[in-house]
Design a protein around this ligand. Sequence first.
Ligand SMILES: Nc1ncnc2c1ncn2[C@@H]1O[C@H](COP(=O)(O)OP(=O)(O)O)[C@@H](O)[C@H]1O
Ligand SMILES: [Mg+2]
Length: 239
Amino acid sequence: MTLIESKKVTKVYKLGMTTVHALRGVSSQIEKGDFIVIVGPSGSGKSTLMHILGALDKPSEGEVLIDGKKISKLDEWELAMIRRKKIGFIFQTFNLIPTLNALENVLIPTEPLDGEQEDYRERGENLLDLVGLKERMHHKPSELSGGERQRVAIARALINDPEIVFADEPTGNLDSLTGDKIINLMLNLNKEEKKTFVIVTHNQDLLKIASKKFIMKDGELSKIDRNHRVRKFTEKRTK
Ligand SMILES: Nc1ncnc2c1ncn2[C@@H]1O[C@H](COP(=O)(O)OP(=O)(O)O)[C@@H](O)[C@H]1O
Ligand SMILES: [Mg+2]
């Protein structure tokens, strides 16, 4: 089952006189249960692609389809619901709110959009338990280590039980042992809860555990096959 699809997506940033082609016609498919790893050098367009696939940003050209629906045809409310219910994001810099404790941070995405408040507290506590932070729930981010903060961010990404989780360099700010733990946690969620993951990373080692592997270079996405051959996956937009 295809969850998210991109068709010849381009992204162009114009900064004064300069034009940056961040994405050059990326076509891709995310299927339910995938554990996708995208590697590539800094500045190659990985974050841009992830934001566009996750409906946080819009392509310059091309289309993104979520559950077969073109997101360009959705209104703001429908997009807000997709971002909230369907997709979880884990950012490199964790993006936790310093004045809130771990549990309160996890509960941020459950603030009502439509005035209806459901009780997510127990779910938040269970998720913090799952990521090994049962004893740390009431601590502020400043009282937590980098790995613990990232685990709070993972629990927050899962609070609304999204089908798919995007993780942008989730271990980039962690030592390798802590990073391995975070990755194992995501692998377990993929295996046991069938969560779909798309992980963007500098770390080539993660390609070993991916169900699908890609490399991003200069805004072009290529598939890496089982024999580690690179097959170009980018179609130039013909228009
Ligand atoms: N908001 C923005 N405005 C202008 N240029 C941007 C913006 N975001 C990203 N870029 C440029 O787009 C290219 C791809 O960036 P990015 O997607 O962040 O790459 P990566 O995540 O692989 O490091 C880079 O050249 C970057 O400078
Ligand atoms: Mg990036």
